[in-house]
Design a protein around this ligand. Structure first.
Ligand code: FES
Ligand SMILES: [Fe+2]
Length: 384
């Protein structure tokens, strides 16, 4: 295993904290107004900006393995169809027919050479071009080239599929956007992973509450007393500001074994869980031997969708391997559920007026960094 300078730095910082009995801290507390989670105007603004202008992770390449493989996505509030064309390029379209607006395909996923509208059978190819319409004479000499599906920017990077859910002409340079996390994400080799499980939950809490559950480790021994608490060092995270993204490294207790080893023998992955916040609503959560991709999407002021894929390095070939990954999956479902139950209970108390602001402690650094990045975007200061 080779590790890079960034990871050597994370290990050094962790070992130093362990020796000194300290943890990463910012100089100041941060106060976050409770209206963040309760104000419908704020949410509207967030949807218009955060969930329209920035790329969102919508799948894994395995789900679009061949030309014509496709999946649909409605979670961000607009109907989207994502496919792979005959040149192997990922394409995303509004899942809306250009004749009279019918939903082009209703299937969650599938494979097709063309997309044929169920209403009057207008047919589009994998590049979204209108190829044919029955009894075309009834439409005179309309220009078919102006009636293709409406395309959204879509990308394939690090084995993941990213779509910007808006049609604006604003350019989007995904490589520049993701550059601060590029080295880490490309090292994960996710394009060669397989999706072991995929699930989607409707939860009764503002989307920020779900998001914030992954931005600090201060809560592990409270909320996850019988699960994550013993698996990690208590409240001992290292954060790297990868604006607008965040790298959050949570050490396992084994990290201290490296204390007496020469740095060239150090290894990062076996000793850390890494929660990478990928702005605005995704996480790439890297475990010692597998990875979770989360996407959190608001569906109302007090409701959200939590969507997750569990990626493993190879499909299990033995019952033992199957059991091993299943056990990991069961544990993570339990841990996430512990977070979401707390989040839903927070939501129930928000309108009591108990708090006007929430306090982000000096070591809840991911909350500071993530919240500031969102504020920058909402203020119009974060471009692509
Ligand atoms: S609405 Fe699609 S063919 Fe008429
Ligand atoms: Fe948690």
């Amino acid at each position: 295993m080779t590790i890079n300078t960034e990871e050597t730095g994370i290990i050094k910082a962790t070992l130093q904290h362990c020796e000194d009995g300290t943890t990463d801290m910012l100089p100041e507390l941060m106060r976050n107004p409770v209206t963040t989670y309760t104000d419908p105007e704020n949410l509207k603004n967030e949807v218009d900006i955060l969930f329209r202008k920035f790329p969102i992770i919508m799948g894994h390449v395995e789900q679009l393995a061949e030309a014509g493989s496709y999946f649909t996505n409605d979670e961000v509030g607009i109907p989207i169809l994502v496919t792979r064309n005959n040149d192997g390029v990922i394409k995303a379209f509004l899942n809306v027919c250009r004749h009279r607006g019918a939903r082009l395909t209703n299937e969650p996923c599938g494979k097709s050479k063309t997309f044929s509208c169920p209403y009057h059978k207008w047919t589009y190819d994998l590049n979204g071009k209108l190829r044919g319409l029955p009894q075309a004479a009834g439409f005179g000499d309309i220009d078919k080239s102006t009636l293709g599906l409406v395309e959204l920017p879509a990308f394939e990077r690090f084995g993941l599929i990213w779509v910007r859910p808006s049609t604006s002409d604003e350019p989007l340079d995904l490589d520049a956007w993701i550059a601060p996390l590029e080295e880490q994400l490309s090292s994960l080799n996710l394009e060669n992973h397989t999706v072991f499980k995929e699930w989607s939950l409707d939860r009764n809490m503002n989307w920020h509450l779900a998001l914030e559950g992954f931005q600090e480790s201060y809560h592990f021994c409270g909320a996850h007393e019988h699960t994550a608490c013993s698996a990690y060092l208590d409240n001992q995270s290292v954060w790297l500001d990868k604006f607008p993204h965040v790298r959050h490294s949570v050490p396992l207790p084994t990290v201290v074994t490296m204390k007496d080893q020469p740095t060239e023998d150090w290894d990062y992955r076996p000793h850390f869980m890494t929660q990478n916040y990928v702005f605005p609503c995704n996480y790439v959560q890297v475990m010692t031997d597998h990875v979770y991709i989360h996407t959190i999407i608001p569906t109302g002021i007090d409701t959200c969708i939590f969507k997750c894929m569990m990626l493993i390095p190879e499909a299990p070939e033995t019952e033992k391997a199957e059991r091993y990954w299943q056990k990991n999956y069961d544990v993570v479902r339990t841990v996430f559920n512990e977070d979401f139950e707390i989040g839903e209970n927070i939501q129930k108390g928000l309108n009591t007026g108990t708090n006007t602001d929430f306090l982000f402690g000096r070591y809840e650094i991911g909350l500071h960094l993530g919240t500031k990045a969102i504020h920058e975007a909402l203020a119009g200061r974060l471009g692509l």
